[in-house]
Design a protein around this ligand. Sequence first.
Ligand SMILES: Cc1cc2nc3c(=O)[nH]c(=O)nc-3n(C[C@H](O)[C@H](O)[C@H](O)COP(=O)(O)O)c2cc1C
Ligand code: SF4
Length: 435
Amino acid sequence: MRAGDEGAPLAALAAASGLRDWTLAGRTLLPVVQGGMGVGVSAGGLAGTVAGLGAVGTVSSVDLRRLHPDLWAQTSHREAEPDAGARIDAANLEALGREIARAKQISGGRGLVAVNVMKALSAYEAQVRHALACGADALVVGAGLPLDLPELAREHPSVALIPILSDARGIQLIVRKWEKKGRLPDAIVVEHPRLAGGHLGAARVADLHDPRFDFEVVLPQALAFFRSEGLEGRIPLIAAGGVGSLEDIRRLQSLGASAVQLGTAFAVTRECDADPAFKRVLAEARPEDIVEFTSVAGLPARAVRTPWLARYLRLEPRLQAKTHHETACTMRFDCLARCGLRDATPGWGKFCIDKMLGHALAGGIDQGLFFRGAGRLPFGSEIRTVKELMQWLLGGLRPSALVPRVGQGLESQWAEHDRRIENMPMKEEQRVPGT
Ligand SMILES: Cc1cc2nc3c(=O)[nH]c(=O)nc-3n(C[C@H](O)[C@H](O)[C@H](O)COP(=O)(O)O)c2cc1C
Ligand code: SF4
């Protein structure tokens, strides 16, 4: 980190706390990654702020036209027009380019600006190519195995390629397949399905608590695999899910992670690109409000049980029992390559995820789907700045106004929740509340 950089005091704080920095795409970085969050939750504003402090900020590529009134006006409520899908895709590429430029401008060349593209998207390939053309420093891909990423990025050898995986088997598979294509992952996000928010890397809701996903299992297994392949020290691991303190980062670095990735804690910062009501729903959720269910993308997901989600979960058994037939996408968007609603896939979610995440982004508390991780938040229900969050994570510095509130209200409910999680039998089957 250069002298005079905004992130320099944070680097000193991290070093004094005994944390290691790490290197990605030739840059020395703070060991914190802000995870990609769609729809529109992590755009240029949040990602640029995080990168500007010397860490990794991630723009999520999904449906970014929603943040641009001109692009939204050109494409919404035009489902009847024959070229609606193509126009939406073009607007989203335009918005992605604008958000990458915004992130880079805010970061001032510090840290690293990544773009997260979900493999499950219909526009995955087009968005990967566009992110590369627009100067993304790294591409982070989850919600499916990105076996084709090395080919797609062949002309961009300096862009870091980062798959998101959950267990050692997935890590071995992707490393071996990519090695045959002459490329190694520049880092791997290891996301814990029992803790993270959004779509989760397990086959079924009942698998989320499988001990094979525990960091204490996956990280040593991955490191042993790298050693056996002669790849020791070449692929940094980024642990994601439930991270909320300096102690967590120390523990994960001692297990072999180079950095940690946080989603929910960044989603409730002042700089997050979503509506303030979105942040309040996440920050004010109690442990019992957080539920797991099967998304329309066929993956388990974790979110806050808001009025819409409670209604959906009550109705889900009936929706699943109905004999559905494939239909056209009601939005003429076809955001997902495979959609449980449009394709009538048995057992997959039966709602339009783009519409529901769009409502949440805009602060629609009654209609929205609000993804959230399972862990407690560092500042309880407070909305604080990215810088305060980083100071807490890297140095254990708590904003002073928060001190008297610790131990009250939500804080004590979360402390009780943490105690229960610690004592939970590992293999307990999870039932989705409301079904
Ligand atoms: C609101 C929200 C939206 C998310 N959307 C995405 C996404 O679009 N793509 C993705 O790879 N991960 C997504 N995630 C996962 C985060 O990037 C991150 O890995 C995860 O939330 C870490 O767990 P934590 O929330 O406990 O910190 C999302 C998480 C949240 C809370
Ligand atoms: S119906 Fe399915 S494919 Fe169409 S926009 Fe909604 S979630 Fe996406």
